[in-house]
Design a protein around this ligand. Sequence first.
Ligand SMILES: C[S@@+](CC[C@H](N)C(=O)[O-])C[C@H]1O[C@@H](n2cnc3c(N)ncnc32)[C@H](O)[C@@H]1O
Length: 217
Amino acid sequence: LRDAQRERLERLLPDLEITTPDIGATLDPGTLFGARVTQPLWLEVGFGAGEHLIWQAETNRDVNFIGCEPFLNGVARVVTGIDEGALDNIKIFPDDARIILSALPDQSVDRAFILFPDPWPKLRHQKRRLIGPATLTHFARILTDGAELRIATDYSNYKDWILHYVLASEKFEWTARRPVDWRERPTDWPATRYEAKADAAGRACAYFRFKRRQRQG
Ligand SMILES: C[S@@+](CC[C@H](N)C(=O)[O-])C[C@H]1O[C@@H](n2cnc3c(N)ncnc32)[C@H](O)[C@@H]1O
């Protein structure tokens, strides 16, 4: 980090930061957003430089956001964006998503985004992929009935992997009816920096939207 970034981060992050909960502890989103507690909650995991998170928070002022990203440069950018936009609807979890996924209560999140998770292309590294049975069990648990789970990737093997694991969980339904429904980015889904790199390299992106099925009984 440059000195100016570090100074901004140290000044602004304490008010925005969600501190890492103890193992096994529950994180009550109600304690994070004060009077805004009754608003819907959306979660973005691995927000990178944060342009998608900032756009969503500016566009949906009545929604609360938790952004999760362990990469400090990204956190510094988002903190600056929040300050410049005077946004009061974002909290930052600057740590591993798996921690906050375990800590959030059942049915507490109304939409989740995982945009271009690291693809880990080598076969022996695929077990490091963020999307898999363990994280999907948590997403199924924390998402409300009918909530949307949005996942993007530009890596063809990861497209198949995502569809395989999400649909195997049976808690999610794929909303696409035609190829265009997942090959084209919807208008309420701005492009990210990583996506711009994929485009420049000629890699086609998938924009998956899954719906959390209704719970039975
Ligand atoms: C390929 S980048 C994509 C960033 C951004 N979403 C975009 O589209 O430009 C993947 C991001 O996921 C973050 N990431 C990796 N593992 C993570 C984890 N366990 N929890 C949260 N974020 C993670 C990385 O730090 C990185 O910023």
